[in-house]
Design a protein around this ligand. Sequence first.
Ligand SMILES: Nc1ncnc2c1ncn2[C@@H]1O[C@H](COP(=O)(O)OP(=O)(O)O)[C@@H](O)[C@H]1O
Ligand SMILES: [Mg+2]
Length: 283
Amino acid sequence: MADQASRLRNLVDSKIDELSTRIIAVTSGKGGVGKTNLALNLAIGIQKAGHKVLLIDADIGMANVNLLMGNVTKHSLVELMNYRTRVEDVAEDSEYGIKYISGIAGVDKMLDASHEHLRAIQRKIVDAAELVDVIVIDTGAGLNRYVIDFILFAREILLVTTSEPAAIADAYAVVKACTEYGSKGKFKLIVNRVKDSDEWKETAERLNQTTQKFLNLYVEPLGYVYEDDAVADAVKKQEPFFVRDPDSPASRCVKELVSSLLTGMKMRDVSKGWRNILKSFFK
Ligand SMILES: Nc1ncnc2c1ncn2[C@@H]1O[C@H](COP(=O)(O)OP(=O)(O)O)[C@@H](O)[C@H]1O
Ligand SMILES: [Mg+2]
């Protein structure tokens, strides 16, 4: 059994290496740091920049990408465990241009999924990958095997943290686990909910002090997203903040993150704008 699982992994791995499609996992150690919001809004940003995007909700048990879009889904990732079902059968269109695969249904079934099942799902994703330019995967938080499996599947890993020490420590634990499992992915750090760009730099430095000391690994700081009421407001209204309030500080950060992801250039600093500086002053 184990042999077959590793054969499948090798097969999936070598296929991924040949793809022109980018596979980007969005993950974190600690829960609630903003993964789903970032995965969704970055996906929409990348689509708006002219690329075809498939967003996959692989957060087993806490799947909620569709909730953030206000969509009722008909299909889910779990259906890919059926022998005949293809990615094209479960990917749904959204009003924001991106396609998505929901993760909400069949939680119990998914929890029974073996590594082989997961690999079979991943193989189908790889087979369909070239239908789009970019695949964004919202993984769960932490170190369970579903999370690790989907991280290992990606070649780019957006590691999301806040500046809280506990979140940084948990982010380190994810990097460590992925390294131990032989991840080929390149880590890029996004610090969410910062009050200023210094907080981003300090957080990236703190994480890298540890990863460099113990793992001899440098996590590229990709950028940051401001703490911004527009995010929670959009969550309540079930509309992505990047669409609902494109001029909000968080949306402008997402825009810069997208352009950094697409061009490989450093994220440009984002000003909060006078409206928001005044708002936080009077708070
Ligand atoms: N930049 C931000 N500014 C303000 N609140 C945020 C921000 N990012 C996330 N949040 C809040 O955190 C909550 C959890 O975000 P979510 O994306 O669901 O996290 P995760 O997927 O990591 O569990 C959101 O509902 C929102 O209220
Ligand atoms: Mg989430």
